[in-house]
Design a protein around this ligand. Sequence first.
Ligand SMILES: Nc1ncnc2c1ncn2[C@@H]1O[C@H](COP(=O)(O)OP(=O)(O)OP(=O)(O)O)[C@@H](O)[C@H]1O
Ligand SMILES: [Mg+2]
Length: 380
Amino acid sequence: MQERYIGLMSGTSLDGVDGVLVTFEGDQPVHVITSATEAFTPLFKAELLALNTPGHHEIHRAALAANQLAAVYAQVVHTLVSNTAHDAFAPKVTAIGAHGQTVRHQPKGTADVPHSCYTVQLNNPSLLAELTGIDVVADFRSRDVAAGGQGAPLVPAFHQHLFSRPESGVLVLNLGGIANLSVLPRRNLAAASTVLGFDCGPGNVLMDAWCLQHTGQTYDAGGAWAHSGQLLPELLARLMDEPYFSEPIPKSTGRDLFSLSWLAHKLAPFGNAAPADVQHTLTELTARTCTESMKPYLSDTQTLIVCGGGAFNQHLMARLQVGVPSLAVSASDAHGLPPLQVEATAFAWLARQSLHRRPGNLASVTGAAGPRLLGGIFPA
Ligand SMILES: Nc1ncnc2c1ncn2[C@@H]1O[C@H](COP(=O)(O)OP(=O)(O)OP(=O)(O)O)[C@@H](O)[C@H]1O
Ligand SMILES: [Mg+2]
């Protein structure tokens, strides 16, 4: 039976919302019918960024931001549904998988304080259900954290469903605000429990911040600015001197660690550096930490698939290829799904998993006590 779902993703880059309307035909890989994006206004982006750290009246402001996010989500849903309005025979959308906006991610909690682990995605799924008339599945991460997991990354199970192959393993790197790697074993040969996945560290988040500060552009298009600069080896060493990079898996991170104040602290001794050289070095940080993370998993694979907006950064893509010369590095559109649709489609898939009462997490990835049904359902 054919089922339609909508997936909505708004990630740590704070660039806006990526949405897809997809069809599932039994358990076949998904088919994207239409996609839409909606950028956040600079004001809303600034407020979401501010809500990542404690501030005045933050509970009230967080509630307002959650409502505003639901309104942007509803706008994307409206576009997706309008795009398919000509198809009178299309089945109705079963549900929307709405990720929300992460503003805190503390899956490890505070040592010695019981029940101090949490992850917070701002969202108002009730309002979204009200505005769209469609069932909403939301808050996917909390159940995994409650079961002792990282709550992230949640996409490796979907990556396995979509990108794994019978003849060899595959690595999938999502370059969003944060970079996360999925290690997919050969299809059929391995049980799902051998899929691995973890956050490598910063993806675009630091490059975007530096670019905005010095050029007024929200990102370094194609990585051209980074390409024009030169490596600052001492700065790179200082950036890479961060315990997170050598922590064992499972692990996940966010703006809690890789914040603007983290960057300012690392840059403090380099006040006279040319901005383009800093951009080059921040890009190299992402490339190196990602490729270093891949080193233990190179033996069974020749393929690195890159998704997320960072796949459009050609300089970064070239540096990844240099870091893992044995792999063929390509963006995900060469493998069936454009870079900005992969994560959104994953949340459509996760919503379907929830409605079918199937687990969405992989305990081998998140470290949770076991497979769990993720998310809460908010009926229309
Ligand atoms: N043409 C481009 N050149 C370079 N970088 C780009 C380009 N287009 C997008 N990007 C980068 O991709 C980012 C957005 O990517 P994406 O939406 O995948 O991240 P995200 O919202 O953090 O998602 P997630 O958390 O799900 O990974 C932008 O902030 C920018 O840094
Ligand atoms: Mg995004």
